[in-house]
Design a protein around this ligand. Structure first.
Ligand SMILES: NC(=O)c1ccc[n+]([C@@H]2O[C@H](COP(=O)([O-])OP(=O)(O)OC[C@H]3O[C@@H](n4cnc5c(N)ncnc54)[C@H](OP(=O)(O)O)[C@@H]3O)[C@@H](O)[C@H]2O)c1
Length: 261
């Protein structure tokens, strides 16, 4: 076998909650280019269909599912519709999440309502579709890949009102290790990618402030903000046969930021 064949996703089916978002769409398009059939999931059908069209225009195979994956029946339906269309589920990439910059509060007064919203957006949105996808993988008994999109904030504090987000991404990191441990017996690997700031609409307002942007760039040894494409190589590794003996790992994609802490 040629070494690059181990990264080939021909014949694989990837479910991507948040596949309509900035990072999720880049991953959906990238995994499709590597051969996977992709199921793009989001609540806004126009944005979902836009990504489906982009994949199709590039010769790939994509299904769009409009669903709110924080609702158990919707998460299950998204996986069921994927299996009905493509016959199986081999990969789930959890790309729903964020919200950090929208609800900044002092830790000692973090309101419960915003705490719950951040946990639903980042943890419940990861939990429910993964449970549904992994049940399908276990039933098929062909192994599988789970890839969570976490954040460096799962490992690092920040003096900026991020309590709920930091705790939620810490929970995603813990689930990554726990699921890796529990599902190894089914040959299902579970890993996470943890970016620092990626140039996306979610953080556009923060990065529009030149002082803030310069401060971030100064802290990153490789001296730039991440791009969505910076996640593709690691995603391909974790979603393919190339990572067959790698599980429970959390890879920071941060230009060296965590190495300095
Ligand atoms: N951007 C960054 O700088 C950065 C840095 C580190 C980590 N991350 C992490 O990377 C992940 C993706 O971030 P992003 O910047 O790509 O965010 P994004 O552009 O907002 O994408 C999130 C996607 O999830 C979908 N979504 C949200 N809630 C959903 C729900 N309940 N059910 C189904 N779909 C839902 C959204 O579409 P709808 O609203 O239409 O549903 C959207 O397409 C997040 O976990 C974030 O924490 C991002």
């Amino acid at each position: 076998m040629r070494v690059l064949d181990r990264f080939n996703l021909d014949g694989r089916v990837a479910v991507i909650p948040g596949g309509s978002g900035a990072i999720g769409s880049s991953l959906a398009i990238g995994l499709a280019a590597a051969g996977a059939k992709v199921s793009v999931i989001g609540r806004n059908s126009d944005r979902v269909e836009e990504v489906v069209k982009t994949v199709a225009d590039q010769g790939g195979d994509a299904l769009g599912v409009t669903a709110d994956v924080t609702i158990e029946t919707d998460a299950q339906r998204a996986v069921d519709e994927t299996v009905a269309s493509f016959g199986q589920v081999d990969i789930i990439v959890n790309a729903v999440g964020g919200g950090a910059g929208e609800v900044l509060h002092h830790a000692e007064a973090y309101p419960q309502k915003d705490w719950d919203w951040i946990f639903d957006l980042n943890v419940r949105s990861t939990l429910l579709p993964t449970q549904a996808a992994v049940r399908a993988m276990i039933e098929a008994d062909e192994g599988g890949r789970v890839l969570n999109i976490s954040s460096v904030r799962g490992q690092l504090g920040i003096n900026a009102g991020y309590s709920a987000y930091v705790a939620a991404k810490g929970a995603v990191d813990s689930l990554t290790r726990q699921w890796a441990t529990e599902w190894a017996k089914h040959s299902i690997t579970v890993n996470a990618i943890s970016p620092t700031f990626v140039d996306t609409p979610q953080v556009a307002m923060l990065l529009d402030d030149p002082d803030f942007k310069a401060g971030i760039i100064n802290r990153v040894p490789l001296r730039r903000i991440g791009e969505t494409d910076d996640l593709l190589g690691a995603a391909l590794l974790f979603c393919s046969d190339a990572s067959a003996f790698i599980t429970g790992q959390i890879l920071t994609i941060d230009g060296g930021l965590t190495a300095t802490q």
